[in-house]
Ligand binder design. Structure first.
Ligand code: HMG
Ligand code: MG
Length: 302
């Protein structure tokens, strides 16, 4: 068994975590969360998305959030953009990094963004052009890398094809999303093996949702395949409004705890993340979703 000596974590809680929450959250609460996560050592905190406020009302205030956060020089604050309109808003908000998102299944792509996979790439073209022009970094997401809530199993070859296309287009990294959290370690390894036939493994990240409790096992399995970037969400918040039944992302606290146990460097302070998780869960009126976040939250309360 050989794991990387260091992994990079991308904190997606303020975007993937909050986009699915029923209780509206103030700009101040979001800003406090993002600032606490960057202060905890995160090198990347996904801060929101510039999508239609009719589709995802929880992210409608991303411009105000971006204006109010304390931008640390060592932290990137990517935001999701689906098209040129989103990119314009991101540039206006002074974003230095954005993320485009598509899928490996047609049905999910359409439910999520009202277009086919091919059409999603058509929308990305002007985003990439503006990014090149303005020196903005672009990350790419592929959703439904294991299965689609509408179309069922997804072929690893299809995931490889869409990932390669995102990199060819100019993304610096592609995050592979098990959107509905159904993958098991063997399936995730098979998917990664297919993708690395088309793209270098150091350009890949894994994004696991924890619906079936497999995320930590999946992370271990793909780390053995050399994947060393993982998207995580504080307190295990998260879910996609267009993937019914999908639960939160793997918890940042859980991944940090596991990596600490393995002696793998990551740069994130567990106690600070746990405190941020506890505060945001209080604001949301809910309990943390992930096990380590729950245990640490109970300890903090005692
Ligand atoms: P559309 O209806 O096809 O777009 O939506 P349109 O170009 O026809 O425009 C329709 C309306 O939307 C117009 O407004 C536009 O101005 C507005 P109206 O005239 O009706 O008032 N509009 C926008 N407004 C703000 N920002 C924009 C924007 N673009 C158009 N950028 C669109 C297409 C993509 C916009 C829509 O489908 C949408 O916003 N979808 C939301 C997608 C989303 O945020 N999903 C969740 C994030 S992805 C995810 O969670 C998965 C991930 O975590 C990885 C994983 O787990 O797999 C990343
Ligand atoms: Mg997600």
């Amino acid at each position: 068994m050989k794991y990387p000596g260091r992994v990079r974590l991308v904190e997606v809680g303020p975007r993937d975590g909050l986009q699915n929450e029923a209780r509206p959250l103030s700009v101040e609460a979001k800003v406090r969360l993002i600032d606490a996560l960057s202060a905890a050592g995160h090198a990347a905190v996904e801060a929101g998305s510039f999508v239609s406020p009719k589709w995802v009302p929880q992210m409608a205030d991303t411009d105000r959030v971006m204006a109010a956060i304390q931008r640390r020089p060592d932290t990137a604050y990517p935001v999701l953009v689906p098209n040129k309109q989103g990119m314009n808003a991101a540039l206006e908000a002074g974003c230095a990094e954005v993320a485009v998102f598509t899928a490996a299944s047609e049905a999910f792509c359409r439910k999520n963004t009202n277009c086919s996979i091919d059409e999603s790439f058509g929308r990305f073209a002007p985003v990439m052009e503006a990014a090149r022009h303005r020196g903005v970094r672009v990350r790419g997401y592929v959703s439904t890398v294991i299965a689609c809530p509408y179309d069922g199993k997804v072929s690893p070859a299809r995931v490889a094809e869409v990932s390669a296309r995102l990199l060819e287009m100019g993304c610096y990294e592609v995050s592979l999303g098990d959107t509905i959290g159904v993958g098991t370690p063997a399936e995730c390894v098979a998917m990664v093996d297919a993708v690395v036939e088309r793209v270098p493994r150091d350009k890949l990240a894994a994004h696991f949702h924890d619906t079936y409790g497999q995320s930590l096992a999946n992370i271990l399995a793909v780390m053995e395949r050399g994947i060393a970037v993982f998207d995580t969400a504080v307190a295990g918040l998260g879910g996609c409004p267009y993937a019914k039944g999908a639960s939160g992302n793997v918890g940042t606290e859980d991944v940090v705890y596991m990596l600490d146990g393995l002696g793998i460097a990551h740069g994130v302070d567990l106690e600070k993340v746990a405190a941020a998780g506890r505060e945001i869960c209080t604001a949301l009126g809910r309990a943390p979703a992930s096990k380590v976040a729950q245990a640490l939250s109970a300890k903090l309360a005692a």
